[in-house]
Design a protein around this ligand. Structure first.
Ligand SMILES: O=C(O)CC1=CCC(=O)O1
Length: 93
């Protein structure tokens, strides 16, 4: 098990066809909800006032995360920052 904190900043071009945009966003939603149901996409939060999110992934490896992120329908329109997480020694649970 490996935990990752991911920030995704979405930059869809303003001239993208509105139908393509709507279809891509709908496919993104379905893809992320399937991964949320599987437990791999553990947290998904909107950053207030930005077309950005903070996510926590619970995956087997960095390679698996890479595959998941590359499969995002919005991947071509995103900047991402990934941080690998490990357990803090002061945690009590
Ligand atoms: O809207 C976003 O932040 C991009 C996104 C990630 C998963 C999803 O459903 O939308």
């Amino acid at each position: 098990m490996a935990l990752f904190h991911v920030r995704m900043d979405v930059h869809i071009p303003h001239d993208l066809d509105p139908e393509v945009r709507a279809q891509t966003v709908a496919r993104e939603k379905a893809y992320s909800q399937e991964l949320q149901r599987s437990g791999k996409w553990r947290e998904l939060w909107r950053i207030v006032g930005q077309y950005s999110n903070i996510s926590i992934f619970d995956v087997e490896s960095a390679d698996e995360l890479h595959e998941i992120l590359q499969g995002l329908p919005l991947f071509p329109y995103m900047d991402m920052q990934v941080m690998a997480l490990t357990r803090h020694p002061s945690r009590i649970d």
